[in-house]
Design a protein around this ligand. Structure first.
Ligand code: GLU
Length: 449
């Protein structure tokens, strides 16, 4: 990772920018991968010969559709829905749905592109895709959420299937939304096709640990990163950004592994709790009441709420950005280093800006890129698909043990690949090359399609 795209790949990047104007997040995600792939072309000229990288940057299919729905007052709203089916060389398209007002095609494409490599790193038979809508679920009633999900799925259903494309959740899409989406799919197709969507409820085809998986997985990955540096999480101060599904379960596993998590956040501000977050209270506020983090601080004497605060100003040894893309800037990276941070692991997708990643690399602190570190979510989705295919349901302990093993393997693969390519400890390079290698080999084998 040196911030430079190899001459042979520069035209690929130029084409991506020309063909996808103003999709800045997509450009950013492609650029970061291309910067690390030069050495792979040296060793594998066949990948260049088959134009694998050019093909990888162009989604196999992009679907966009209108989502009309009515609110509780009877007013009509129109949102835009989309699904980018990016690459299916390793298996059916797999990736979440994001419902957030910021969603546009460039964001879905960046997420879909990342998902190809992430899913390849899991070693499981899943391709890469992503979808979503610019619908804002904030403040909407259950009935409104249901009507929106039904309208969204009425259009998307024709493009899905357990062997075709298997969505799951992402920001704004959790168990409740997956239920309404699956219900509408079942109604339209007249098929109880459990494997068509993951993140389902436990009583109707879901898998234990799927809810916890992304956050747990990031904590396991962090544990592995620290172990290679002969240290551990025990007694470490941790800061997590966000307070959604990834953040909450990262906090849970970090605490179990001996860390003290002293801060989290949401779009309204930061909670700083030097005594260590009370996880039961955080879950009550966020999962049960669907309230803002301020409500946590109101009920906890040791906690302070900082409206519109910056969570990265809270001193910590380890930081887990788990909110959204580009939330941790170069200035934040400098602050973290000044405060003694020794490791950063991305719970969210691309939460650190390129400048932040460069600063961490120069300081040689441990850095775990999202496409490796947050792969536990989608890996456990693949475990859910396995259980659905065999009409089986595994215990929590068994599934968690599988998740831990998968995260250990991903870390080892990234670490060894970085070494093999002369970039020791550079897990960005290791993750990109290892993920790319798996997809590229499959694409060569499948011919020009
Ligand atoms: N949205 C999650 C991710 O970014 C999970 C995707 C899935 O389980 O399919 O990986």
């Amino acid at each position: 990772m040196n911030g430079v795209i190899d001459d042979r790949l520069a035209s690929v990047f130029d084409d991506v920018v020309r063909r996808n104007p103003s999709e800045v997040e997509f450009h950013q995600a492609v650029r970061e991968v291309l910067e690390t792939l030069g050495p792979v072309i040296d060793r594998h000229p066949e990948f260049a010969e088959h134009e694998i990288i050019q093909r990888l940057c162009e989604p196999e299919r992009q679907i966009m559709f209108r989502v009309p729905w009515q609110d509780d007052a009877g007013d009509v709203h129109i949102n835009r829905g989309m699904r980018v089916q990016f690459n299916s060389a390793l298996g059916p398209y797999k990736g979440g749905l994001r419902f957030h007002p910021s969603v546009n095609l460039g964001i879905i494409k960046f997420l879909g592109f990342e998902q190809i490599f992430k899913n390849a790193l899991t070693g499981m038979p899943i391709g890469g895709g992503k979808g979503g809508s610019d619908f804002d679920p904030k403040g909407r009633s259950d009935a409104e959420i249901m009507r929106f999900c039904q309208s969204f799925m009425t259009e998307l259903a024709r493009s899905l299937g357990e062997y075709t494309d298997v969505p799951a959740g992402d920001i704004g899409v959790g168990g409740r939304e997956i239920g309404y989406l699956f219900g509408q799919y079942k109604r339209i197709t007249n098929r109880y096709e459990s494997g068509v969507i993951t993140g389902k409820g436990i009583d109707w085809g879901g898998a234990l640990v799927r809810t916890e998986a992304t956050g747990y997985g990031a904590a396991f990955f962090l544990q592995e990163m620290l172990a290679t540096r002969e240290t551990s999480l025990d007694g470490r101060t941790a800061v997590v950004s966000g307070s959604g599904n990834v953040a909450i379960y990262a906090v849970e596993k970090l605490q179990q592994l001996g860390a003290v998590v002293v801060a989290c956040s949401d779009s309204s501000g930061v909670v700083h709790d030097p005594a260590g977050l009370d996880l039961a209270l955080l879950k009550q506020v966020k999962e049960v009441e669907r309230a803002r983090v301020e409500a946590y601080a109101d009920r906890r004497a040791s906690a302070r709420f900082v409206p519109a605060g910056n969570v990265w100003e809270v001193p910590c040894h380890v930081a887990i950005p788990s909110a959204t893309q580009n939330e941790l800037t170069g200035a934040d990276a400098a602050t973290l280093l000044r405060n003694g941070c020794i490791a950063v692991v991305e719970g969210a997708n691309m939460p650190c800006t390129p400048e932040a990643v460069r600063i961490f690399a120069e300081a040689t602190i441990a850095f775990g890129p999202g496409k490796a570190a947050n792969a536990g979510g989608v890996a456990t989705s693949a475990l859910e698909m396995q259980q659905n295919a065999s009409r089986d349901s595994w215990t929590f302990a068994h599934t968690e043990a599988r998740l831990e093993e998968i995260m250990r393997n991903i870390h080892q693969l990234c670490h060894e690949t970085a070494d093999a390519y002369g970039a020791p400890n550079d897990l960005v390079t290791g993750a990109n090359i290892a993920g790319f290698h798996r997809v590229a080999q499959a694409m060569v084998a499948l011919g020009l399609i």
